[in-house]
Design a protein around this ligand. Structure first.
Ligand SMILES: Nc1ncnc2c1ncn2[C@@H]1O[C@H](COP(=O)(O)OP(=O)(O)OP(=O)(O)O)[C@@H](O)[C@H]1O
Ligand SMILES: [Mg+2]
Length: 260
């Protein structure tokens, strides 16, 4: 069974082929790692799956439904949530408010009721707040709910982003470099959180450079370079693959040779 599948997906920007003939599948309750050097096309894949971009060709299916031409809010409604490579929190809002805002991404229709202050809306708002508090606890930020987002540390902001994405109760969560800029201990925390979420039934597709994290927490790995898939399989197989080693370390080695 497959939750998400990409079949021969391509997307170019002018002359740059960002994603080229890419196919892979994500099964329910899997944690899949998407790797590749800078500019490989990873974020473009996340943007294609979440509807910010549409493929030039190929098919993307979520739960068997074609979503290649769907808008981001429609795809969110089908149970997908994401974070961004660069943190996108709203300044002036507390950590708790950010997470509450996330829960409205999927339930836009309840907005009118809340403006009219209907009793059902008050009950729903209380439940939403309870859920947000629970999610803050889940990402290890129970005591930071009242803090303005912009005053949180970078690692904390990334956690809030995950909590906000979870607030829409997705079936599939896309994380674009969730541990960027984090130290080893903070990164491992994110890995453990992802694993715990998986145990609760969530499916995760994460862009991740940290090979240890990928090896420890991803059941399946897809590696890209120049828009194409160059390896797929277990983390061990992919990391040991000569094409992957070359993609990650070849340029570095060439540069060292050049300097020597
Ligand atoms: N909106 C855009 N307009 C033009 N070119 C783009 C656009 N988005 C991505 N690209 C190009 O497509 C290629 C893939 O970019 P992408 O951001 O998907 O890579 P990435 O694997 O996420 O890289 P990184 O590890 O640096 O985040 C790059 O050459 C990039 O410059
Ligand atoms: Mg990227």
């Amino acid at each position: 069974m497959t939750l998400l599948s990409l079949a021969e997906v391509s997307r170019s920007f002018g002359g740059v082929s960002a994603v080229s003939g890419l196919s892979f599948a994500v099964r329910p309750r899997q944690v899949v790692g998407l790797m590749g050097p800078n500019g490989a096309g990873k974020t473009t894949v996340i943007n294609l799956v979440s509807g910010l971009l549409h493929p030039d060709s190929g098919a993307i299916l979520l739960g068997g439904r074609p979503i290649g031409q769907a808008a981001p809010h429609e795809i969110a409604g089908f149970g997908l949530a994401r974070t961004y490579q660069n943190v996108r929190l709203i300044s002036g809002m507390t950590a708790l408010e950010q997470v509450i805002a996330g829960s409205y991404l999927r339930r836009g229709s309840s907005l009118l009721a809340s403006i009219l202050h209907l009793p059902s809306a008050r009950t729903a708002m209380r439940a939403t707040r309870e859920q947000a508090l629970h999610l803050l606890e889940r990402v290890g930020m129970a005591d930071r709910g009242d803090v303005l987002a912009e005053t949180l540390s970078y690692g904390e902001q990334r956690r809030i982003e995950i909590a906000r994405a979870l607030a829409s109760r997705p079936a599939l969560l896309l994380l674009d470099e969730p541990t960027a800029g984090m130290n080893a201990a903070e990164s491992a925390e994110i890995g453990r959180l992802v694993h715990a979420l998986r145990d609760d039934g969530l499916t995760v597709l994460m862009v991740e450079h940290n090979m240890k994290l990928v090896a420890d927490f991803c059941e399946h790995v897809v590696v890209m370079n120049f828009g194409r898939k160059i390896a797929e399989g277990t983390a061990g197989t992919c990391i040991g693959d000569p094409a992957v080693q070359e993609a990650y370390f070849g340029k570095q080695r060439d540069a060292q040779r050049h300097r020597a």
